[in-house]
Design a protein around this ligand. Structure first.
Ligand code: DQA
Length: 146
Protein backbone atom coordinates (compact mmCIF):
# COMPACT_ATOMS: atom_id res chain seq x y z
CA UNK A 1 0.00 0.00 0.00
CA UNK A 2 1.18 3.47 -0.91
CA UNK A 3 -0.55 6.18 1.10
CA UNK A 4 -0.66 9.95 0.63
CA UNK A 5 -1.30 12.19 3.65
CA UNK A 6 -2.55 15.64 2.65
CA UNK A 7 -2.99 18.59 4.99
CA UNK A 8 -4.63 21.86 4.08
CA UNK A 9 -4.36 25.46 5.23
CA UNK A 10 -2.93 26.41 8.60
CA UNK A 11 -2.02 22.84 9.51
CA UNK A 12 1.64 23.85 9.14
CA UNK A 13 0.87 26.00 12.23
CA UNK A 14 0.10 23.02 14.48
CA UNK A 15 1.64 23.53 17.91
CA UNK A 16 1.25 27.30 17.62
CA UNK A 17 -2.30 27.45 16.40
CA UNK A 18 -5.24 27.30 18.90
CA UNK A 19 -3.81 24.52 21.10
CA UNK A 20 -7.19 24.21 22.82
CA UNK A 21 -8.57 22.79 19.57
CA UNK A 22 -5.52 21.25 17.92
CA UNK A 23 -3.16 20.36 20.78
CA UNK A 24 0.48 21.23 21.27
CA UNK A 25 2.04 18.82 18.78
CA UNK A 26 3.69 20.32 15.70
CA UNK A 27 3.29 19.36 12.03
CA UNK A 28 6.78 17.80 12.12
CA UNK A 29 5.72 15.68 15.10
CA UNK A 30 2.55 14.65 13.28
CA UNK A 31 4.60 13.50 10.28
CA UNK A 32 6.96 11.53 12.55
CA UNK A 33 4.02 9.87 14.32
CA UNK A 34 2.46 8.80 11.02
CA UNK A 35 5.79 7.60 9.61
CA UNK A 36 6.40 5.42 12.69
CA UNK A 37 2.85 4.03 12.53
CA UNK A 38 3.14 3.17 8.84
CA UNK A 39 6.45 1.43 9.45
CA UNK A 40 4.86 -0.62 12.24
CA UNK A 41 1.93 -1.51 9.97
CA UNK A 42 4.17 -2.50 7.05
CA UNK A 43 2.93 0.25 4.74
CA UNK A 44 5.16 0.20 1.66
CA UNK A 45 5.27 3.97 1.20
CA UNK A 46 3.81 7.03 2.87
CA UNK A 47 4.15 10.50 1.44
CA UNK A 48 3.16 13.88 2.89
CA UNK A 49 1.92 17.13 1.42
CA UNK A 50 0.79 20.34 3.11
CA UNK A 51 -0.35 23.53 1.43
CA UNK A 52 -2.27 26.66 2.27
CA UNK A 53 -3.53 26.91 -1.32
CA UNK A 54 -6.64 25.22 -2.68
CA UNK A 55 -5.35 24.58 -6.22
CA UNK A 56 -2.14 23.03 -4.87
CA UNK A 57 -4.28 20.62 -2.85
CA UNK A 58 -6.22 19.71 -6.02
CA UNK A 59 -2.87 19.05 -7.73
CA UNK A 60 -1.75 16.88 -4.80
CA UNK A 61 -4.94 14.77 -4.97
CA UNK A 62 -4.53 14.32 -8.73
CA UNK A 63 -0.80 13.65 -8.19
CA UNK A 64 -1.62 10.81 -5.81
CA UNK A 65 -3.58 9.20 -8.64
CA UNK A 66 -0.95 9.74 -11.32
CA UNK A 67 1.86 8.51 -9.05
CA UNK A 68 0.00 5.29 -8.29
CA UNK A 69 -0.93 5.82 -4.65
CA UNK A 70 -3.58 3.48 -3.23
CA UNK A 71 -5.32 5.82 -0.82
CA UNK A 72 -5.42 9.29 0.68
CA UNK A 73 -5.86 10.60 4.22
CA UNK A 74 -6.78 14.25 3.98
CA UNK A 75 -7.38 17.01 6.47
CA UNK A 76 -8.57 19.79 4.17
CA UNK A 77 -8.66 22.34 7.03
CA UNK A 78 -11.09 25.17 6.34
CA UNK A 79 -11.42 24.04 2.69
CA UNK A 80 -13.51 21.18 4.08
CA UNK A 81 -16.33 23.65 4.51
CA UNK A 82 -15.99 25.57 1.24
CA UNK A 83 -14.32 23.57 -1.50
CA UNK A 84 -16.22 21.84 -4.26
CA UNK A 85 -12.90 21.67 -6.15
CA UNK A 86 -11.46 19.29 -3.55
CA UNK A 87 -14.63 17.18 -3.64
CA UNK A 88 -14.38 16.98 -7.43
CA UNK A 89 -10.67 16.12 -7.28
CA UNK A 90 -11.32 13.13 -5.00
CA UNK A 91 -14.23 12.05 -7.19
CA UNK A 92 -12.04 12.39 -10.29
CA UNK A 93 -9.37 10.05 -8.95
CA UNK A 94 -11.75 7.52 -7.34
CA UNK A 95 -8.98 6.86 -4.80
CA UNK A 96 -10.24 5.66 -1.41
CA UNK A 97 -9.99 8.77 0.76
CA UNK A 98 -10.54 9.36 4.47
CA UNK A 99 -11.39 12.82 5.78
CA UNK A 100 -9.71 13.63 9.10
CA UNK A 101 -10.23 16.49 11.53
CA UNK A 102 -8.12 16.90 14.64
CA UNK A 103 -10.87 18.79 16.47
CA UNK A 104 -14.47 17.66 16.90
CA UNK A 105 -15.92 19.73 14.09
CA UNK A 106 -19.53 18.74 14.83
CA UNK A 107 -19.33 20.43 18.23
CA UNK A 108 -17.91 23.74 17.01
CA UNK A 109 -19.42 26.55 14.90
CA UNK A 110 -22.34 25.57 12.63
CA UNK A 111 -20.29 26.30 9.48
CA UNK A 112 -17.83 23.55 10.45
CA UNK A 113 -20.62 20.96 10.27
CA UNK A 114 -20.68 21.33 6.49
CA UNK A 115 -18.20 19.16 4.59
CA UNK A 116 -18.20 19.12 0.81
CA UNK A 117 -15.44 16.54 0.50
CA UNK A 118 -17.24 14.03 2.75
CA UNK A 119 -19.51 12.89 -0.09
CA UNK A 120 -16.48 11.43 -1.89
CA UNK A 121 -14.80 9.89 1.17
CA UNK A 122 -15.02 6.33 2.46
CA UNK A 123 -15.08 7.67 6.03
CA UNK A 124 -14.56 10.60 8.36
CA UNK A 125 -12.63 10.77 11.63
CA UNK A 126 -13.05 13.80 13.85
CA UNK A 127 -12.10 14.80 17.37
CA UNK A 128 -9.40 12.17 17.92
CA UNK A 129 -6.44 14.58 17.75
CA UNK A 130 -3.39 13.28 15.88
CA UNK A 131 -4.59 9.70 16.46
CA UNK A 132 -7.35 10.43 13.94
CA UNK A 133 -4.81 10.22 11.11
CA UNK A 134 -3.78 6.77 12.34
CA UNK A 135 -7.43 5.73 12.43
CA UNK A 136 -7.76 6.99 8.85
CA UNK A 137 -4.76 4.90 7.81
CA UNK A 138 -6.34 1.84 9.49
CA UNK A 139 -9.54 2.43 7.52
CA UNK A 140 -7.57 2.40 4.26
CA UNK A 141 -5.57 -0.68 5.28
CA UNK A 142 -8.71 -2.57 6.35
CA UNK A 143 -10.32 -1.72 3.03
CA UNK A 144 -7.20 -2.75 1.11
CA UNK A 145 -7.02 -6.11 2.87
CA UNK A 146 -10.79 -6.60 2.52
C1 DQA B 1 -9.82 21.13 11.08
C2 DQA B 1 -11.17 21.73 11.38
C3 DQA B 1 -11.51 22.84 10.40
O1 DQA B 1 -12.77 23.38 10.70
C4 DQA B 1 -10.47 23.94 10.51
O2 DQA B 1 -10.75 24.96 9.57
C5 DQA B 1 -9.08 23.44 10.37
C6 DQA B 1 -8.72 22.18 11.02
C7 DQA B 1 -9.40 20.09 12.14
O3 DQA B 1 -8.41 19.41 11.91
O4 DQA B 1 -10.03 19.96 13.18
O5 DQA B 1 -8.23 24.08 9.79
O6 DQA B 1 -9.87 20.46 9.82
Amino acid sequence: MKLMIINGPNLNMLGIREPGHYGKGTYVELVALIEAYCKEKGVEEVDFYQSNHEGDLVDAIQGAYFKGFDGIVINPGAYTHTSIALLDAVKATSLPTVEVHISKVEEREAFRRVSYIRAACIGTVSGMGFAGYLRGIDMLLERGEG
